[in-house]
Design a protein around this ligand. Sequence first.
Ligand SMILES: Cc1cc2nc3c(=O)[nH]c(=O)nc-3n(C[C@H](O)[C@H](O)[C@H](O)COP(=O)(O)O)c2cc1C
Length: 187
Amino acid sequence: MNVTEAITARRTVRKFTQEPVPGAILRELVDCARVGPCSANMQPLKYKLVEKPDTGLVFPYLRWAMAIAPAGDPAPEERPTAYIIITADTSIRPQNYDIDVGIAAQTIALAAQERGIGSCLMALHDKPGLKASLALPEEIVPVLAVALGYPAQHSEMYPMENGNYKYHLTGDGTLHVPKRSLEEILL
Ligand SMILES: Cc1cc2nc3c(=O)[nH]c(=O)nc-3n(C[C@H](O)[C@H](O)[C@H](O)COP(=O)(O)O)c2cc1C
């Protein structure tokens, strides 16, 4: 799989088999993010790996597929088997790390895709709550979660029509994700 194939084939996955992602692979994913571009090369990001049996410490702080809730929620036997929580160490950089986080998140998602692992980038709706749940140090701010696992859901793209950006599920459980055309986004 080359980089373009990984970029194109990656779709958000929200339902997973319960086969664990090996811890060594989680470390590889972070090692890919580690060498990515970042503002001023300050490298303020730190990563918390969360695997079973601790994944329940993260799940309550996430909101799944708002556009189709609750149909997109993973059932207990479909939940992610691991998370990488992308955090900022504010003792290195107190602010302006959000773009670095976005780059790191996509790097992790693509490296996961190459390894046959599905991912869902997830906003954190209660950062203080998650910080307490994971007992993160004072200077560490959680910013984004990457939910991970082997996919138990198929998702495919289709051309967006009339600006309708909402993804939808069909009866067979397939997720359909509209994407704007290249012509529309070129200025
Ligand atoms: C910054 C960011 C935050 C996101 N937060 C959530 C979230 O809280 N819950 C969720 O189910 N999906 C979340 N997503 C996934 C998007 O819904 C998904 O990327 C989008 O629907 C496009 O689908 P695709 O990734 O398959 O192209 C997030 C994605 C990004 C980039």
